[in-house]
Design a protein around this ligand. Structure first.
Ligand code: URA
Length: 431
């Protein structure tokens, strides 16, 4: 059996065996399979799909393609959360300190922004000095000592996904449900979290456009995690409009801190909802009790103090948590105003793209990110406005007509506009 044979069988829509999948993944990780072969395999999978069994086998083989993250020696339940990516989604920066302050240990591996979506690692690096490059040993030690660590996976973990994702990114094969599910879950399974919550976004700013597609992806990922013995749950949540009121690294970190100080908006609502779901599974308490504890973590300031501890443990300037002026915003301001009276809709995708145009996101892996630029939303989807009202402020370091045009195009004002539901569906794994 050769890599060619495996691709040929997938092209003819056969279900691949464990042996075939294992051989293909080993060839990807070792470099024996060429980029052209990986692309052909991914396109055949995108067009023909995979059975759930094949998808589990692919995920498992990818998870084992590199080093596993060692489980800390200390007893306890370890939790992880993953968002499939969106705009103004800084829930991790809120829920990790909330959970850690409740005693739920958070072992969180995050990603960088790519395309129009923001990445938690870039946002965390807004804290001067902070590093997300933690060795697996330092990661596990910090989870033990502080109760939480947020880091990027190293080169040695899940090498098969790194190669496959890079090829998918340039061959129009990202938006395949089995390929997304295996990519996301291989990274989760290579680490040691016992409880995993998946936040699967849907809407114009997400990979999945409809709640039905997002639910299909969520169910598949939950079943993969369960087959690997993890406690799983998934929420299908809205990404038609930006989740919070800020887009861009420093602006989003400021907003997450404001939520930890009590600010109320959809970001706060979703962060608390997701924290509650993890807390009830990790601590074995009721949803009501979990909500009370999460709210208390914010009200008492203990979650805010925990964020300071996490930032300091990763070498960052924790003074920024109390003094937001240490997270500066670019001084250039372009104002978006309502063209008419009516109700606003703010679309996530053009706002994410506008942030990239400003230099606040990445076009290619490895691009530098300007943490100071971004967009501050002054009105949310569903708000009533009068012509001329300020809808958003674009903060720029150098003016960009393309960014301003995208920001303008993101807002529409009509006779009626209801925000979408924040959470469409909650999918529970079996206990
Ligand atoms: N995030 C991932 O890690 N992988 C995908 O395929 C899509 C989103």
């Amino acid at each position: 059996m050769t890599v060619y044979d495996v691709i040929d069988r997938k092209k003819r829509n056969n279900a691949l065996s464990a042996e075939e999948i294992g051989m293909f993944v080993r060839a990807v990780a070792s470099g024996e399979a060429s980029d052209a072969q990986i692309a052909a395999f991914c396109m055949a999978t995108l067009l023909n799909g995979m059975t759930d069994e094949e998808c589990f086998l692919l995920t498992d083989a990818m998870a084992k393609s590199g080093k596993q993250v060692p489980r800390p020696a200390a007893a306890g339940v370890f939790a992880d959360k993953h968002s499939t990516g969106g705009v103004s989604d800084s829930t991790t920066l809120v829920l990790v300190p909330v959970l850690a302050s409740l005693g739920v240990k958070c072992a969180k591996y995050s990603g960088r922004g790519l395309g129009h979506t923001g990445g938690t690692l870039d946002k965390l690096e807004s804290f001067p000095g902070l590093t997300c490059a933690l060795s697996p040993e330092r990661f596990a030690e910090q989870v033990n000592r502080v109760g939480a660590a947020v880091a990027g996976q190293t080169e040695e973990t899940v090498p098969a996904d790194k190669r496959m994702y890079a090829v998918r990114d340039v061959t129009a094969t990202v938006d395949s449900i089995p390929l997304i599910a295996s990519s996301v879950m291989s990274k989760k399974l290579a680490s040691f979290a016992d409880v995993i919550l998946l936040d699967v976004k849907c809407g114009n700013g997400a990979f999945m456009q409809t709640p039905a597609e997002a639910e299909k992806l969520a169910r598949l990922m939950v079943s993969i995690g369960e087959a690997a013995g993890r406690k799983m749950c998934a929420a299908v949540t809205d990404m038609d409009s930006p989740l919070g009121d800020a887009v861009g690294c420093n602006a989003e970190v400021r907003e997450a801190i404001a939520v930890l100080k009590g600010k109320q908006n959809r970001l706060a609502e979703l962060s608390l909802f997701l924290a509650e779901q993890i807390a009830r599974k990790a601590l074995g308490i009721s949803e009501e009790e979990a909500r009370v504890r999460c709210e208390r973590a914010i009200g008492s300031g203990s979650a805010l103090s925990k964020l300071e501890e996490i930032v300091a443990a990763q070498g960052g300037d924790a003074r920024c948590v109390r003094d937001e002026t240490r997270l500066p915003l670019a001084s250039g301001v372009y104002t978006v105003r309502a063209a008419a009276d009516g109700y606003v809709r703010a679309a996530a995708l053009p706002l994410g793209k506008a942030c990239v145009e400003l230099g606040g996101g990445r076009r290619r892996e490895g691009d530098a990110v300007d943490h100071t630029v971004g967009i501050l939303l002054r009105r949310r989807t569903g708000d009533a406005v009068r012509a001329g009202d300020v809808l958003a402020e674009v903060r720029y370091a150098s003016p960009s007509e393309a960014a301003f045009a995208l920001a303008e195009s993101a807002f529409s004002v009509g006779a009626d506009c209801e925000p979408h539901p924040l959470v469409y569906t909650m999918i529970e794994g079996k206990e």
